[in-house]
Write a protein that binds this ligand. Structure first.
Ligand code: ADP
Ligand code: ZN
Ligand code: ZN
Length: 734
């Protein structure tokens, strides 16, 4: 009789699955794909996922090891989800073990037992509170706790309660016995919850989208919702989710890293009042796992998450919403380099449900798909609630005197805005004081010792820091090359803007938002709250400021430098810059005052910039698409990028040369193999990097080439001397 063989996905950088013998004392026939198993691996043990139960193995019987332990009673992932993940592993040509395991929360990947759900919230029951307090007059601590809950509006998180009352467990036990409080899970609408709020009466364009999508619930279909900032896209998501949920379907909402804010979550929670799971990297491992379980069990009717949420199992998936579909944070940039936006479409297709991609500035990929009829293309042309779109102006800064990077026209407008009681936002995508420190005497520059880049001057910390590898050193007292006593900052960063503006406008409180001021948990929310309440007149920041935030008091938005995007090394630089400009501009004039947008540039005649400012994003996108088409660049072609790094540049290039030769034998004439070439920044963190670009007009031949190439990469003569990775549909060519 053939012996049962278990085929496992294990987190290892190896192509394929691993064969094991079933554990002793377990009926192998009762094992199901999706269960976790602990197995001996190398010199240690590893947790893996059962993928197939097979009747034999290509590995000789004597070399097969035995599974040590079965970890789960029931599968964590169902067959359909396993198949989806294996498809993704195939498409991105990434080891299936790593792909499958990345769908699990961290604790579960490590082989830990499933967390049991614990209640996390205490609520007063519905009886009259005054009566309760009287009845408790002989139990002062219980009375105190009830009073505290009353002050908190009837409910409180268990953690806050424990922090306030050290003996909370005992007090709560007594109160629960009397039926005065109940313990609930946060996702359960609290028993004394506010009444369901009605949505807005939708305008015609919004209504058309909601009707179009909800008519197709129950089968696959893709929509592009192109809606200018503030046009009420979120309102459309809300009402669509409401309809899907009312039909018993579960909803997945993907949002970019930066826009998953407490305000957004509260908006969905309050409106829908359904069990909601939040999958967000900023949460603790325990919280994430609890919410993951909620999603995986189907009990969460709504899952809101960032990129990796697209990998979470959701059995009753009935609608997928992708907000800001163009956002680069949807692309994973290391390890399993998937695009969550693209996988969202695949998931919806497999689940047989609609998927809606929303954006004010759709990616060129998505616009092409919409134009060719693969997506239904719906538009929201006006801002909801009547606010008018902001006017954009270019400020030519050639031959202009500037103060810390700010031109006279910009300073004048700031003055006018602030003295009129409005808020202004100044945007620069560079943190620190200045991107370079230099010596006027000899031309010395603050080079990073480990990268082909400069170290940034940080004034407050009195340090030079490399933003690519993190290397840092104290600011030298004199020029390290010639000994001259003075060193000078070149260019501006947000820290410098803050200083200049504080000196110039001392009466107006300023808030700076970038990675340096928001590294501590909760600090971003605190700063945003200060702005929202109007306590700060000036708001300085990096692109962290660009997304989603709604500041009704901001009527002026300025971008200090838009030129980087016009001549960036990557062919997507202009697209990114245009999206950023429109997003940033979208922060202006969302309240009752009309907004103004100032863009400082040294190339005011640049055609793409002109088109964007005069005719708007759709015209810009059409022009950029035509350029891509002429140059046969994505989305008019498909790419895969093979990267390699080593201690010497030649080593990385030799490995890629070997790969290029294999690729050439496999590729027909319809695939271009470019390189190897050094990466745009060849040296980074002490390693030398090179790359090989594969490009084809069609997806299929490229996939076929990769199918043949990838298994052979591991065996190339120089494979062990480099670190290599493959990026299918790369979002950046560096
Ligand atoms: P977007 O997501 O497109 O930026 P939002 O959905 O956040 O836009 O809507 C922008 C503002 O307009 C919000 O304050 C929202 O409450 C309001 N709004 C949305 N839809 C309507 C509507 N139909 N009627 C009135 N106000 C609306
Ligand atoms: Zn010098
Ligand atoms: Zn560096």
């Amino acid at each position: 009789m053939p012996e049962t063989i278990l085929r496992l996905a294990l987190p290892a950088p190896v192509w394929g699955l691993f064969d094991y013998l079933p554990p002793r004392n377990v009926d192998a026939q009762a094992l199901r794909p999706g269960q976790r198993l602990m197995v001996p691996f190398g010199r240690g043990r590893r947790c893996g996922l059962l993928v197939e139960v097979a009747g034999g193995s290509g590995v000789p019987r004597g070399r097969l090891k035995r599974v040590e332990k079965l970890l789960d009673e029931k599968p964590l992932l169902d067959a359909a989800h396993l198949e989806f993940l294996r498809w993704a592993a195939g498409y991105y040509h990434h080891p299936p073990g790593e792909v499958l395991m990345s769908a699990l929360p961290v604790r579960l990947r490590k082989g830990r037992p499933l967390l049991r759900r614990a209640p996390n919230r205490v609520c007063l029951s519905e009886e009259g509170a005054g009566q309760l307090l009287e009845g408790l007059s002989r139990a002062p601590r219980q009375q105190e706790l009830v009073r505290w809950l009353l002050d908190a509006g009837g409910c409180s998180g268990l953690e806050a309660l424990r922090a306030r009352f050290p003996t909370a467990p005992a007090i709560l036990r007594a109160l629960r016995e009397k039926g005065i409080v109940t313990l609930v899970h946060e996702w359960e609408p609290p028993p004394t919850g506010k009444p369901l709020q009605p949505g807005y009466a939708l305008n015609e364009e919004q209504q058309a989208v909601v009707e179009s999508v909800s008519a197709e619930l129950g089968r696959y279909g893709a929509w592009l919702l192109e809606g200018v900032t503030g046009s009420g896209k979120t309102e459309v998501y809300l009402q669509l989710a409401q309809r899907a949920i009312a039909q018993g379907r579960n909803v997945l909402l993907l949002v970019p890293e930066i826009s998953l804010t407490p305000q957004l979550v509260a908006r969905f929670r309050e409106r829908l009042q359904v069990p909601t799971a939040l999958l967000h990297s900023a949460r603790s491992e325990g919280e994430r796992e609890q919410d993951w379980q909620l999603a995986a069990s189907g009990r969460a009717r709504l899952v809101i998450g960032t990129r990796s949420a697209v990998l979470a199992p959701m059995p009753e998936l009935g609608l997928v919403l992708v907000d800001e579909e163009h956002d680069p944070s949807y692309k994973q940039q290391e390890g399993f380099r998937y695009s969550a936006r693209d996988l969202a479409l695949v998931r919806a297709h497999r689940a047989g449900c609609p998927v809606l991609l929303g954006s004010a500035t759709p990616s060129l990929e998505t616009l092409k798909n919409a134009a060719e009829g693969r997506y239904r293309w719906m538009k929201l042309r006006r801002r909801a609630g009547g606010a008018v779109p902001p006017a954009m102006h270019l400020v030519d800064v050639r031959n202009q005197r500037q103060e810390g990077g700010l031109s006279a026209p910009l300073l004048a407008m700031l003055e006018e805005t602030l003295s009129g009681g409005q808020q202004a936002m100044i945007f620069l995508n560079r943190r620190g004081y200045a991107p370079v420190l230099t010596c006027y005497a000899c031309g010395w520059l603050s080079d990073c010792p480990r990268c082909d880049a400069r170290q940034t001057y940080h004034c407050r910390w009195h340090k030079l820091i490399c933003h690519h590898c993190g290397s840092e050193r104290p600011v030298p007292k004199a020029c390290p090359a010639c000994g001259a006593e003075e060193l000078h900052p070149l260019g501006q960063g947000t820290e410098q803007l803050e200083q200049v503006l504080e000196q110039r406008f001392p009466r107006y409180p300023l808030v700076r938002i970038d990675r340096d001021t928001t590294s501590r948990k909760g600090s971003l929310q605190r700063l945003l709250e200060e702005v929202r309440q109007g306590r700060a007149g000036l708001l300085v920041g990096t692109q962290m400021l660009a997304k989603g935030h709604h500041f009704p008091g901001v009527s002026l938005v300025a971008m200090v430098d838009v030129d980087g995007g016009l001549f960036g090394a990557d062919f997507r630089a202009a697209e990114r810059m245009a999206q950023l400009i429109v997003q940033v501009a979208g922060r202006a004039g969302r309240g009752e005052h009309p907004g103004r947008v100032l863009l400082q540039t040294r190339f005011p005649d640049h055609p793409l910039l002109q088109t964007l400012v005069r005719e708007g994003y759709p015209a810009f996108a059409a022009q950029a698409l035509a350029e891509r088409k002429a140059a046969e660049l994505p989305p008019y072609s498909h790419q895969a990028l093979l990267r390699a790094s080593a201690t010497r540049l030649e080593t990385a290039e030799e490995f890629l040369q070997q790969a290029a030769e294999v690729a050439a034998t496999l590729a027909g004439s319809h695939i271009a193999v470019w390189g190897p070439v050094p990466a745009p920044m060849p040296r980074r963190a002490g390693k030398f990097r090179a790359q090989l670009l594969l490009q084809a007009a069609e997806r299929k031949p490229l996939q076929q080439l990769l199918d043949g190439l990838v298994p052979r990469l591991q065996k190339l003569p120089d494979a062990t001397r480099v670190r290599w990775s493959l990026d299918v549909d790369p979002a950046d060519l560096y």
